[in-house]
Design a protein around this ligand. Structure first.
Ligand SMILES: Cc1cc2nc3c(=O)[nH]c(=O)nc-3n(C[C@H](O)[C@H](O)[C@H](O)COP(=O)(O)O)c2cc1C
Length: 191
């Protein structure tokens, strides 16, 4: 297949349409962030890239904390809505009926209906051009009890997570294998 060459662009897909919560002294807000990812394992580090014009930008810059709440099928419409309207004009928690609870390690709400939230403390703010990158330590993870089995294993497949690809939202498709499945030896069954 012949390839068409385009100029550089932001076409990495899929990415998570995460619901990011934030709070400073008097303001609490939630916005949708697709420019996020994991950048280090130990210590666990993440980032979110936020345009300085966003209402949340100033809140996160002042407080130095935020939470990344994973988006499920049930939260998908709220994620889209929170990515269109600004908290400067409307209380998005109320409008989207998003209930919150306090995080454990940071002074910031997490979404009660998200199965997994990453509590993040900003270590660096890196201006990149259109966006500022908030590089952060993941200081705690809050996970729903029903995602964890009796052995302590996390079952994220139960969460019905949503992916975002080139402007569209999807639920995850069928499982193809697990980490290392391409090199795993087939079990030999004894007769
Ligand atoms: C799926 C999706 C992903 C988005 N990703 C980002 C992002 O990574 N960075 C950003 O600054 N804005 C992003 N936005 C836009 C903001 O969420 C949007 O401007 C929002 O209204 C800002 O809210 P605020 O003004 O209350 O902070 C995204 C929007 C959507 C719908």
């Amino acid at each position: 297949m012949a390839k068409i060459k385009w100029r550089g662009g932001t076409l990495l897909s899929p990415v998570p349409p995460a619901l990011v919560t934030c709070k400073d002294g008097e303001r609490e807000n939630v916005l949708t962030i697709a420019w996020t990812g994991i950048v280090n394992s130990d210590p666990p580090k993440t980032y979110i890239s936020v345009r300085p014009t966003r209402y949340s930008h100033d809140i996160i810059k002042k407080s130095g904390v935020f939470a990344i709440n994973l988006t499920t099928e049930e939260l998908a419409k709220a994620a889209d809505w929170c990515g269109v309207y600004t908290g400067a004009k409307v209380n998005k928690f109320e409008r989207c009926k998003l209930s919150t609870e306090p995080a454990n390690e940071i002074d910031c709400p997490v979404l009660s209906d998200s199965p997994l939230s990453l509590e993040c403390r900003v270590t660096d703010v890196i201006p990149l051009g259109s966006h500022d990158m908030f590089l952060a330590d993941i200081v705690a993870v809050d996970v729903n009890e029903d995602m964890v089995d009796e052995t302590g294993k996390l079952h994220l497949e139960r969460a019905k997570l949503v992916a975002y690809a080139h402007g569209d939202y999807y639920t995850l498709g069928k499982k193809l294998g697990k980490f290392g499945y391409s090199v795993q030896k087939k079990k030999k069954y004894k007769k």
